[in-house]
Ligand binder design. Structure first.
Ligand SMILES: Cc1cc2nc3c(=O)[nH]c(=O)nc-3n(C[C@H](O)[C@H](O)[C@H](O)COP(=O)(O)OP(=O)(O)OC[C@H]3O[C@@H](n4cnc5c(N)ncnc54)[C@H](O)[C@@H]3O)c2cc1C
Ligand code: SF4
Length: 384
């Protein structure tokens, strides 16, 4: 088991000059890819810019968790500061901090890929055949416990209006229903890549280099040269870029990849979320219990191809303080009401409308990502 820290010079000396494969990013994509590669007996280096933190480090402290486990300490915003972009930055990536709602790719999406991106019927069938493998690997099933009050309020409202809703499948094993998934699971109950793929990868003689950012890569005739932000160069026969929706185009752009049509970073789609909240007379305690357990897809499909999913987020004080749109006394009062607060989120399916152009990722003056997002489902944001 080789775990190296990019901030420790002695650890950097243990790296080989060349690997069969390098995987950049250890989240949902990179975690699984590196595990599969290591099974084939190749020498594989998994590079992650964030730290290697495990259950013993996850102490339910929002301030600490956001600073150490998230991109820009949860302060990544779109260029005009209109949308907060939450992404993980640690071993396990988003899977270490996400809210454990795991859905199968809907038929609606698969048929869109077929109609617009040339997926054949066979590709779709092969893809669907993997669902049960993934569900069993990550222990995904509908949440069996009663929803917390935050989610229960959504269910009660939808039932009253005769709007279909269902229980969310979660990737957990022996979950204690704490509700702190966003700060890293202290019980190793969440089946993130941190507790599944990465340990398997390490057991299969894979090498993990954490706290090390890949600055760029150069494609040679027969191999790749990866340069870390400290200047260290490592060669590899194959390179897998699994650095997330913002990180991957950032790395491609820094690498001066041949991009004649200027496509890299274009059509970047977020799932823009609108939150609505209410203060109830009775206690809701929206920070306790499985964060998301009830959902509705009633509004997901509409004639404009721009529907939304209804869910309920976990509401913890620091997160709440960063999103309530008030100042001073009003802000303080909103935070004081947290115990009685219920929040509901509408997650837009951007990218399916024929006029959806999405956002773009470019590099700022420090070679860091800048996400510009001016249009949702074909509607310019300033016109809303
Ligand atoms: C708070 C939160 C809640 C969420 N809840 C849900 C949910 O309930 N259900 C759901 O389906 N999805 C949820 N998501 C989204 C989900 O986690 C992501 O879609 C998923 O993790 C994306 O996988 P990925 O492999 O593309 O990228 P990521 O998981 O983001 O992994 C990319 C990794 O690459 C690393 N990286 C980036 N650039 C470099 C570089 N240059 N060098 C080295 N490393 C680099 C990053 O640090 C990161 O760890 C949530 C996300 C967040 C942040
Ligand atoms: S709710 Fe379950 S998965 Fe989430 S942090 Fe608590 S024990 Fe872990």
């Amino acid at each position: 088991m080789t775990i190296l820290n990019g901030n420790v010079s002695q650890d950097l000396k243990e790296l080989k000059n060349k690997y069969d494969a390098i995987v950049v990013g250890s989240g949902a994509g990179g975690g699984l890819v590196s595990e599969k590669l290591s099974l084939s007996g190749l020498s594989v280096l998994l590079i992650e810019m964030g730290p290697y933190k495990t259950a013993k480090d996850f102490n339910l402290n929002e301030g600490e968790a956001y600073l150490s486990l998230y991109q820009d300490g949860t302060n990544r915003y779109t260029k005009d500061k209109g949308i907060k972009v939450l992404q993980g930055r640690c071993v396990g990536g988003g899977t270490t901090v996400n809210w454990t709602s795991i859905f199968r790719t809907p038929d609606l999406v698969l048929s869109h890929w077929k109609d617009h991106y040339g997926w054949s019927q066979k590709m779709i069938a092969d893809y669907k055949n993997k669902f049960s493998y993934i569900e069993s690997k990550f222990n995904i099933s509908q949440w069996q416990m009663p929803p917390n009050e935050n989610n229960h309020i959504l269910k009660k409202g939808l039932d009253k209006l005769n709007i279909t809703n269902d229980v969310i499948p979660r990737n957990v094993k022996d979950c204690h229903n704490l509700g702190y998934c966003g700060m890293g699971c202290p019980k190793d109950a969440k089946q993130s890549t941190l507790v599944t793929c990465v340990p398997h990868f390490l057991k299969n003689k894979g090498t993990l280099l954490h706290s090390a950012e890949v600055q760029k890569f150069v494609e040679g005739k027969s191999d790749m040269t990866v340069t870390l932000s400290n200047g260290l160069k490592i060669k590899s026969d194959h390179l897998f870029i699994c650095s997330g929706g913002v990180g991957s185009p950032t790395l491609l752009k820094r690498s001066s990849l041949k991009d004649d049509k200027q496509l890299v970073g274009k059509r970047t789609f977020l799932h823009p979320v609108i939150a609505s909240s209410a203060i109830f007379e009775d206690e809701v305690l929206p920070f306790y219990g499985a964060p998301q357990s009830v959902y509705s897809d009633h509004f997901i499909e509409n004639s404009k191809g721009c529907g939304f999913k209804l869910e309920v987020p976990p509401v913890h004080p620091v997160l709440l303080s960063s999103i309530v749109p008030f100042h001073g006394k009003e802000h303080r009062n909103a935070l004081k009401s947290i115990s009685n607060l219920n929040a509901i989120i509408s997650l837009f399916r951007d990218g399916f409308h024929k006029e959806s152009v999405g956002g773009s990722v470019s590099l700022n003056e420090y070679q860091k990502p800048e996400v510009d997002y001016q249009n949702i489902c074909g509607i310019a944001l300033e016109n809303r």
